[in-house]
Design a protein around this ligand. Structure first.
Ligand code: AMP
Length: 136
């Protein structure tokens, strides 16, 4: 069963498209967080950051930058959040790799950033050690 984004990529389901190349597609989010909220997808169906091949990840990143520049030029945005959710625990609802570009204006309060916490330096070292070990 193809994802809804695959069905958009093939044209089976309509979307308000703004850019397309062989590997990627950019279209307007149907429930935008702000004016100009755009999604960039990898056309090939890969669920998340863990699964997407690195060449397609790079292609998607290039389209994200291209659209970011267009948003800045077209909409006089003051800021831009780039959000990419992986897993239901992170808020992902469509399991097909995609990146949100969410234009921001001062005081719009459309996106709540994470709540900073404090941590012991020893804990930072312990966590870093686990991540470094996993990189090997
Ligand atoms: P995520 O929560 O990161 O998986 O984001 C999925 C996004 O896809 C949400 O912001 C939805 O509003 C958006 N979305 C879902 N279906 C469509 C659609 N048919 N056309 C455009 N955007 C969609």
């Amino acid at each position: 069963m193809p994802t809804i984004f695959s069905r958009i990529a093939t044209g089976e389901i309509p979307a308000v498209k703004i850019y397309e190349d062989d590997a990627t597609l950019a279209f307007m989010d149907i429930n935008p967080a702000s004016r100009g909220h755009t999604l960039v997808i990898c056309k090939a169906e890969h669920p998340d950051i863990y699964a997407i091949p690195s060449d397609l990840l790079a292609a998607t990143a290039q389209t994200v930058q291209r659209v970011a520049l267009a948003l800045r030029a077209a909409l006089e945005i003051e800021g831009l959040n780039i959000v990419q959710n992986n897993g239901a625990a992170a808020g992902q609802t469509v399991f097909h790799y995609h990146v949100h570009l969410i234009p921001r204006w001062t005081g719009d309060h459309v996106l709540r950033p994470w709540a900073p916490s404090t941590v012991e330096t020893a804990e930072l070292h312990a966590v870093a050690e686990r991540i470094r070990a996993a990189l090997e």
